[in-house]
Design a binder for this molecule. Structure first.
Ligand code: CP3
Length: 344
């Protein structure tokens, strides 16, 4: 398929290059005035996600502005709970609300029968993107990892009290396991459709993987990621898979060691030298730069970015952040950052 021999895909498959390919988590979003205009045209954030033409437009925006080395599908990780039947809303300035918070009865009522009907517009967005992107810009498809999506479903929104979800795991392991299994199946089916529609790499976002005891992490994050990756590779062996279990510290090594994992994202707290020594022999490393440094900009941002690039000279590395851009990021700081990496 067009785009499979691009710098980004070759790097995910283990080739080192200098300068490295560059893309950014949340490269499309509220920090860009053109995003805010398209979002206003769409109405709500969810209307934007399900409007294939406007969602594709939002993905194109940072590609036009910055000539990045990869594009990412514009959607959200919370479309899966909605497709399974939980009510999802984004209130302005309040973050997501999932209602009611999932209990045993709610889990019973989740149904994957119609997920592709709900998610059909997303597959159409992927087709529009693949048809409209330059052949040298591959398209990343994505989903939330089961644990992160489950935290929103159980808490009814952003997890405010991590201890309550650990209690839930110890008190009713069968409930959590069944929810994770449901999400593994739905997420795999969703990602396979994205690949079939034209996504050329897949990233699994596990934003809330941090802070779990090792055996819980293995059960709710590592093992589900392994199952999804194995099934995706069974369907499409050539499509690289990036895992981003944020905040897991040294346990990142276990994710990088999975046979079906091509690359792992490192968050902004991961020591770069440690990642180079420990993770690079196992998988391509992606990311690491603190997104708040890009809000600050100037010499501290440029110096850190050059040091990050130098840390991974000679091994396969994808330049990216250690989490997504925040809305207050000045777009011109992103241009300076890209220039610094490409001229270093
Ligand atoms: O990276 C990209 O450019 C692709 C698009 C993308 C979005 N969300 C768009 C979005 C991706 C990959 C995501 C993933 C996502 N969504 C994650 C995992 C990564 C991460 O950031 O930790 C999570 C946890 C979510 C859930 C989610 N979506 C939250 C908590 C919020 C509200 C955040 C806030 O500050 O209000 C969203 C909304 C969202 N998803 C926005 C965007 C651009 C902002 C919506 C708006 O326009 O108001």
């Amino acid at each position: 398929m067009a785009g499979d021999d691009t710098l980004f895909i070759r790097t995910l498959k283990g080739e080192a290059s200098s300068p490295p390919p560059i893309w950014f988590m949340r490269q499309a979003g509220r920090y860009l005035p053109e995003y805010r205009a398209t979002r206003a045209e769409a109405g709500s954030f969810l209307d934007l996600c399900y409007n294939s033409k406007l969602a594709a437009e939002v993905t194109f925006q940072p590609i036009r502005r910055y000539a990045l080395d990869a594009a990412i599908l514009f959607a959200d990780i919370l479309l899966i709970p909605q497709a399974l039947g939980q009510h999802v809303a984004f209130e302005q300035g309040e973050g997501p609300k999932l209602s009611p918070p999932l209990d045993a009865g709610g889990l019973e009522r989740l149904s994957s029968a119609d997920i592709h009907k709900t998610l059909g517009p997303i597959y159409e967005t992927v087709r529009l993107l693949r048809a409209g992107l330059p052949s040298e810009v591959p398209l990343i498809g994505f989903a939330g990892a089961p644990w992160t999506v489950a935290t929103y479903m159980m808490a009814g929104g952003s997890m405010k009290d991590p201890a309550s979800l650990r209690h839930r795991f110890y008190d009713d392991r069968a409930f959590v396991t069944r929810l994770i299994d449901t999400l593994v199946d739905a997420t795999t089916a969703y990602l396979i459709r994205q690949i079939d529609a034209g996504a050329q790499a897949i990233q699994l976002f596990d934003t809330w993987a941090g802070g779990l005891p090792e055996d819980v992490l293995d059960a709710v994050c590592l093992e589900p990621a392994a199952r999804i990756a194995e099934r995706l590779k069974g369907h499409s062996p050539e499509t690289p898979i990036i895992l981003f279990p944020k905040g897991v510290g040294p346990a990142l090594k276990k994710f990088a060691s999975l046979g079906d994992c091509d690359a792992v994202g490192i968050d902004f707290a991961t020591p770069w030298d440690w990642a180079r020594e420990t993770i690079s022999p196992l998988a391509t490393v992606q990311g690491g730069l603190d997104p708040l440094l890009v809000v600050a900009g100037g010499e501290p941002m440029i110096a850190a970015a050059r040091r990050l690039k130098e840390t991974f000279d000679g091994v396969p590395y994808v330049f990216n952040l250690g989490h997504g851009f925040t809305p207050e990021t000045p777009p011109e700081h992103v241009s300076s950052l890209i220039d610094a990496i490409r001229s270093a």
